[in-house]
Design a protein around this ligand. Sequence first.
Ligand code: GLU
Length: 299
Amino acid sequence: MSGSPAVRGRFAPSPTGPLHFGSLVAALASSCDARAAGGQWLVRIEDVDEPRSSTSAARSILAALVRYGLRWNGEVVRQSQRTRAYEAALARLAAAGLIYGCECTRRDMEAAPRNATGERVYPGTCRGLGLAAGALAQRVRVGDAIVSFTDRLQGRQAQDLADDVGDFIVRRADGLFAYQLAVVVDDAEQAVTSIVRGADLLASTARQIHLQRCLGVPTPEYLHVPVAIAGSGEKLSKQTDAPPLPADPVPTLLAAWHFLDQALPPTRPSSADAFVAYAVGAWSRSRLPPVRMLLAPRV
Ligand code: GLU
């Protein structure tokens, strides 16, 4: 008997708007990748940023997944219900001396240097000040961590966190936990072994692996699929007015499948369920386009 854990994948949408073509691609890829390996597929609503999240968007995302034949295992986990787990993780990091309070304002950060992708690199202004965390933002030390990992599609990745990101926020001054910490705590607790998501999150992965190491939890495998971009070059999102998914799921599922360069079925599937049954059997990781972005089709 093999000692390796069963495959568990997940889809973790932020409920800031309805499911659109870009998020459908991530849902379809993560579900097929887990199911094709005989594994489970979980859904987690990432509403940790409560002011930006809406329960109606969460409801509409879940309804769209069902309509599109993408059924999850177990209960849907919601980050808004998981504050205790994030507090416990933060306390562990703090006990290890890895957390400090930061009183830098947005204005202070505007003076910070930018990395190659335009993100601000935190220069460590408050690192040595010994500020009590209290009502301040809390940052985790990155030390001299150079994090490398092999993405199952994008290949070898390495990031020097100190140079490229700096100590990063795990809890904001308004008390909300940062996505980077929440996602690590949840993936570990849900025993996720395989993360398949859009390549816009490739740049967050080293931060998440750093937190996994600090917390002593396993690092899952990663596969970052190309992000669907609008004609403007921007990622499809509510902000780019990505249209909501059409009522008839089959043509859009076929478009998402084609976007992922997968082999199309010989005849048009009669329903979303029939398509998904076909897709799980036909899923081929080696056919995926090893790029970070692709133009979205019109759906
Ligand atoms: N909630 C994130 C998003 O919707 C995805 C997080 C993840 O897959 O790790 O962009």
